[in-house]
Design a protein around this ligand. Structure first.
Ligand code: GDP
Ligand code: MG
Length: 175
């Protein structure tokens, strides 16, 4: 368990993106292996932690979830402070949520450390028949902006652990 364990590193990772793209459910899936259909809009800044062991080092991932502040510029600088990783999440069935990624990225880069590791996430890949964002569009954006990219489903637990482990491993690699 987490008790009496020496923590070698704490990595703060922030989730950003439009409301209803699935940020809270991605975090619930990763941190507790849970999912809820009637997910409430998050109130108040919150984070959850998950402790992992790699290379005999204990890493505590502290993942921050926005507090229903998902309008552009409403997320405060305290949210970004100290973050070493960020997940930019869109809903692949909502084109607008992808089109807003450039704004979120600009805001993130305006606040965060220049070495922050960023991953673009196209969530809700279980809803394939409703897809509004081709994989290639997202890949192209990610490549241009130097982001990692993955498509996930918090509902079906597809690629969620892989996405978080990938960003945490990359953070660990560059520190
Ligand atoms: P947030 O506002 O970005 O935190 O979004 P939530 O995590 O609250 O999710 C918004 C809605 O989308 C909720 O009804 C979730 O149940 C649903 N949702 C989240 N992730 C997925 C997913 O991977 N697939 C599907 N089909 N629905 C999802
Ligand atoms: Mg939320």
């Amino acid at each position: 368990g987490d008790y009496n364990q020496k923590i070698d590193y704490v990595f703060k990772v922030v989730l950003i993106g439009d409301s209803a793209v699935g940020k809270t459910q991605l975090l619930a899936r990763f941190a507790r292996n849970e999912f809820s259909v009637d997910s409430k809009a998050t109130i108040g800044v919150e984070f959850q932690t998950k402790t992992l062991v790699t290379d005999n080092k204990t890493v505590k991932a502290q993942i921050w979830d926005t507090a229903g502040q998902e309008r552009y510029r409403a997320v405060t600088s305290a949210y970004y402070r100290g973050a070493v990783g960020a997940m930019l999440v869109y809903d692949m069935t909502k084109r607008q949520s992808f089109d807003h990624m450039a704004k979120w990225l600009e805001e993130l880069r305006g606040h965060a450390d220049k070495n922050i590791v960023i991953m673009l996430i196209g969530n809700k890949c279980d809803l394939g028949s409703l897809r509004a964002v081709p994989t290639e569009d997202a890949q192209e954006f990610a490549q241009r902006e130097n982001l990692f990219f993955m498509e996930t489903s918090a509902l079906e637990a597809t690629n969620v652990e892989t996405a978080f482990l990938t960003i945490l491993t990359e953070i660990y690699r560059i520190i």
